[in-house]
Write a new protein. Structure first.
Length: 545
């Protein structure tokens, strides 16, 4: 696959608008707030932003329960604010990608309200209904929250399907009218100047039509590899408007990704898959480095020449990488945050950075259930309590795993509330923001932020790091992750120690190589074979094969 598209040489930055910057003193981030931070994003060196959902919503699931696809939630601003923001981003040379929740609407959306009000009307078939009674659900299908995926509506003696919360009824993607609505919505935003979409949860779109019981009870998606045929109606509007199509595609394998990314017959340009970020879910005390190497390498190799990888280690649905992959304690926080940054960002593909990641921001780690806002976390707490699990145990799990860990407000200064707002924020700040904030890190050459700036600059300026082949190097040491990028005989080597222990490697000779970037002072890195805990090095590897 050629790499001539703008997004193949770009670095993306995900903004969670609720937590980026509050310009109107209500403790909630907003679009005019983002506008005031464009200089910062420019100084980071990114090329496009992905704005998480900002639509009017029922606010049940962090804005992904949309009530109107053609507006901005009033707490985030107005459409005029959005237009100003897009114009300002474009003037700064930054493209704008927005989120689109395709799988479901809010139960407050006019389509669903019309479906409830008139079972004979055209909107009923926008959703998925099956006959039911108050006590008998249509089948065993479960939502992602572990309860029934059906909610019974007594008036209609039927239940509607919801993969997520009951307030998020699933759309019926086999209905051409639904697909047509989405085409029009995409065109409407394209007319406002957006450059692309992140399509949420696309692997959920195609459900079984027999409504039979399934095992496990959440596996009611049918022939997922074929989901792109359901999306085919949307392709012309993307092509016509030159829109970047990013799919959130949890659970797909590399061969499906190849099909979905095929420029002629596929649908997406980039896919956010989660194989490499699920290790934190395992209750192992240490990161399984071998499994991580195998997973990331499998994706790198499978898409070589057949697709283009998307590189990320954080988003608004995951805990902070420095806390679950790295070590967020003491001196290792900065060092492991930088090591993780180098590890993923210099692989082949388009990197995404999630707000705060570039500061090495750790998990929120809240200690009281009252501090959590995320529906998923609150439901988890309730389920575990009901199952008799002790509260401290549940809270320690949430402190590791909750999505709120990464949704804390962005710390801009050392002032109260991290300078995010002068009003108490909707969610508490992460710990340590008196030290970990943009202002401070901008003036500290050893902080994580300048390291990210360097990484981005290097990634974009070295052709081999953009387009070169990825090759995993076996070091014979389980803590190390070493890979090479090669283009036309130009070799670059990334060496990362993914642990708190020093490592020694014998398997490669670096004597003729030039050290380009490291997260330790140069003298400490002088012994080629001794790799310190969480040390990361980038070499221009002169030795030719
Ligand atoms: C998307 C969002 C996630 C949300 C889910 C269900 O995957 O990223 O935050 O919970 O959709 O609406």
């Amino acid at each position: 696959m050629a790499d001539t598209q703008w997004w193949q040489h770009a670095v993306g930055y995900q903004i969670y608008p609720r937590s980026f910057f509050d310009s109107n003193h209500d403790g909630v981030g907003d679009l005019p707030g983002i506008l005031t931070k464009i200089d910062y994003l420019q100084s980071l060196g990114i090329d496009f932003v992905w704005l998480s959902a900002f639509y009017p919503s029922g606010n049940v699931n962090s804005g992904y329960d949309v009530t109107n696809y053609r507006d901005v939630a009033s707490q985030y601003g107005t459409l005029a604010d959005f237009d100003r923001l897009v114009t300002a981003f474009h003037e700064a040379g930054i493209k704008v990608v927005i989120d689109l929740a395709l799988n479901h609407t809010s139960d407050q959306h006019p389509w669903f309200q019309a479906a409830l009000a008139d079972p004979q009307g055209p909107y009923r078939d926008y959703y998925l209904w099956q006959p039911a009674t108050a006590t008998v659900q249509p089948n065993n299908w479960q939502s992602v929250f572990g309860d029934s995926a059906w909610t019974y509506v007594a008036d209609q003696q039927a239940a509607y399907l919801h993969t997520f919360a009951a307030e998020q009824p699933d759309l019926n993607w086999r209905n051409p009218a639904v697909r047509h609505e989405m085409v029009q919505i995409i065109q409407w935003w394209a007319d406002r100047g957006v450059d692309g979409f992140r399509f949420a949860g696309v692997t959920h779109l195609k459900k079984r039509t027999d409504f039979a019981d399934v095992t496990p009870a959440t596996a009611y998606y049918e022939d997922v590899a074929d989901t792109v045929t359901l999306l085919a109606d949307l392709k012309p509007v993307l092509v016509k408007n030159h829109l970047l199509a990013i799919g959130e595609a949890g659970g797909i394998d590399p061969s499906t990704a190849q099909r979905w990314l095929d420029p002629a017959t596929g649908f997406f340009d980039l896919l956010l898959e989660f194989d490499h970020v699920h290790f934190w879910e395992q209750a192992t005390p240490k990161l399984p480095v071998a499994a991580l190497r195998a997973t990331l390498s499998r994706w790198q190799q499978s898409l070589e020449g057949t697709g283009w990888n998307t590189l990320f280690i954080e988003n608004h649905d995951l805990p902070r990488a420095v806390s679950y992959y790295g070590n967020d304690q003491g001196e290792y926080r900065r060092r492991s945050a930088k090591a993780l940054g180098m590890l993923y960002l210099l692989m082949k593909g388009t990197p995404f950075i999630y707000q705060g990641q570039e500061l090495g921001l750790p998990n929120a780690g809240f200690t009281k259930i009252a501090d959590y806002r995320d529906l998923d976390s609150r439901r988890y707490y309730q389920r575990q309590r009901a199952a008799g699990v002790a509260e401290p145990q549940i809270l320690s799990q949430l402190a590791l795993r909750s999505r709120d860990n990464a949704r804390t407000p962005m710390p801009w200064t050392h002032q109260q509330y991290g300078g995010f707002s002068d009003h108490e924020p909707w969610l508490q700040m992460a710990p340590g923001v008196a030290q970990i904030n943009v202002e401070r890190e901008s003036h500290d050459p050893h902080a994580v932020l300048p390291f990210y700036q360097q990484l981005i600059r290097i990634k974009k300026s070295v052709p081999a790091l953009r387009s070169g082949r990825y090759e995993l190097i076996d070091t014979g040491d389980n803590q190390l992750y070493v890979y090479r990028r090669t283009l036309n005989g130009d070799n670059w080597l990334v060496v990362v120690n993914m642990s708190d222990q020093p490592a020694t490697t014998q398997n490669f000779d670096l004597t003729t190589s030039e050290l380009i970037l490291t997260n330790l002072p140069v003298d400490a890195a002088s012994d080629d074979r001794q790799i310190q805990p969480w040390e990361a090095r980038l070499y221009h590897w002169r030795r030719l094969e």
